[in-house]
Design a protein around this ligand. Sequence first.
Ligand code: APR
Length: 309
Amino acid sequence: MARKKISIIGAGFVGATAAHWAAAKELGDIVLVDILEGIPQGKALDLFEASPIEGFDAKVIGTNTYEETKGSDIVIITSGVPRKPGMSREDLLDINRKIIESVVAEVMAKSPNAILLMVTNPLDTMTYLAFKKSGLPRERVIGMAGVLDTARYRAFIAMELGVSVEDIQAVLLGGHGDEMVPLPRYTTISGIPLSQFLPKDKIDKLVDRTRKGGGEIVNLLKTGSAFYAPSAGAVQMAEAILKDKKRILPCCVYLKGEYGLNDICFGVPVKLGETGVESIIELELTGEEKVLVAKSAESVKKSILELKL
Ligand code: APR
């Protein structure tokens, strides 16, 4: 069986760490692309030199052109500018849209059948842009946000309860902004509803911390944004696709009427398998949850309109 090819665009904190997770999991051969000369080459070689120690078989190549990305199965796009303290993800829109437009054109010229996994912020808007510019079907352009946001939420619950992170299942809806909608009603600890472990006010605090989870890291790092958990999220999605695992994960996808929303890329639970998004799962929501989803959708729509596509 030929090895899969995973190209990662942007060899910064998120891109290089994604390469690390993907190589360690032996998901395939990796091509790391960046505009900075020497950086992708140096990081790729360094990572490959770790392979005899860690014992993984994966080619890792760094480059400044797209030649080596030819025929990629998956392309993880992380190129762009990260947030600094005081900035919202939306503040990145003007700079990152130019980067994403040029990157998507280069990627598509070499890998017309790839599945694109978007990580660059503002996430929902950049996913929309990549969907429109790539011409790919919606099943093949997927944004990574919900996996990260639910991971943060699960991490906070595990810390609060002193239980294993492995036993916490959660789902979340909405855009990758401070108006995202974690769903405590659909959160369980080994199948037991979260409400049996914590009172409402405590749950509300965890939800609030989750919403502001990205900002919490930005304020600590001061010179950039989170990268371990975002890159792990992208690689979990890549793994679900490459191994045709049929995992149910919250992902950002283009909606055509689901949840009453149209012409928007938005976080919803999906089934991920070898063809990408294999189905979208529509949850039953309470009136209150519907209001929160509508509010999140409104801010994503506003951002998408700024693209003036
Ligand atoms: N093509 C390829 N790479 C590019 C391009 C381009 N046109 N423009 C910028 N880059 C590269 C930069 O040179 C840099 O190495 O993208 C990389 C981004 O890396 P970092 O600055 O370390 O940013 P990172 O923390 O990895 O975040 C990247 O992911 O989570 C999001 O908000 C975050 O949008 C940001 C993105």
